[in-house]
Design a protein around this ligand. Sequence first.
Ligand code: G3P
Ligand code: CA
Length: 257
Amino acid sequence: MLNKSFILGLLLLIVGDSCTKNIMTIGHRGSSDKAVENSIEAFIHAIELGLNMIELDVFPCKSGELIVMHDDTLDRTTNGAGKISQMTLDEIRQYRLTDGQEIPTLDQVFDAVDRRCKINIELKPSCYGLEQKIIDLVKEYVDTKGWKYTDFQFSSFDHYILLACREQLPEVPRGAIMSGLPIGYAEFGTLVGATSINMSAKVLRQELIDDAHSRGMEICIWVVNNKKDIEKLVAMGVDGIFTDNPILFKDINGACD
Ligand code: G3P
Ligand code: CA
């Protein structure tokens, strides 16, 4: 005979299974609520809140190092100005982020994260040589520092870049970023070897989610900054959600504990 507490435990387990614990929680540019976006503190804050993944953007500077920044200039998020591609690391390092932190390079972020969460590296289009530098760095961290290829995701709006990444490092998952709903739903994703479609929340449709799943791809949604929308997306069956405000996930995950 099953007793009451056993049945209650079983119910809690079932409810737990459907909560956001199973959703990939992704800190967009780390987190922007407590620190400047794409900064070491923003990434650490996201990790401390228990997120599964951080997302970041990268540009190569004139001397070749990989600068973690969303814009291709220093203008918006630092006390300096100028195009990253036209400045050396030394020139860039004369400036600080607007909250006083150092402008990070990609290897500095890897070291700060230290395998505590996955890293989604967005490769911006039209940066000559960018994917090769990133591929080499990821290889180095896997070969010498105990990281796994699945600790990373390469993502891009430029799906040719994803094909180039797959050619060299097929073990690293690839996110095809989309801001508009594609004709044929997730069909294009198979062409570009995507493991995930990273779709804008503005144009999401249930058909796309279902089609991606039927083709073995995940669906991750950017950028969602309120709890109601997060709950709606969870109910629709998405696999991951990007937010600027990771505390939203903490509350939801907290409810599952
Ligand atoms: O990865 C999705 C999202 O980051 C793309 O937009 O402009 O924030 O880089 P953006
Ligand atoms: Ca991005």
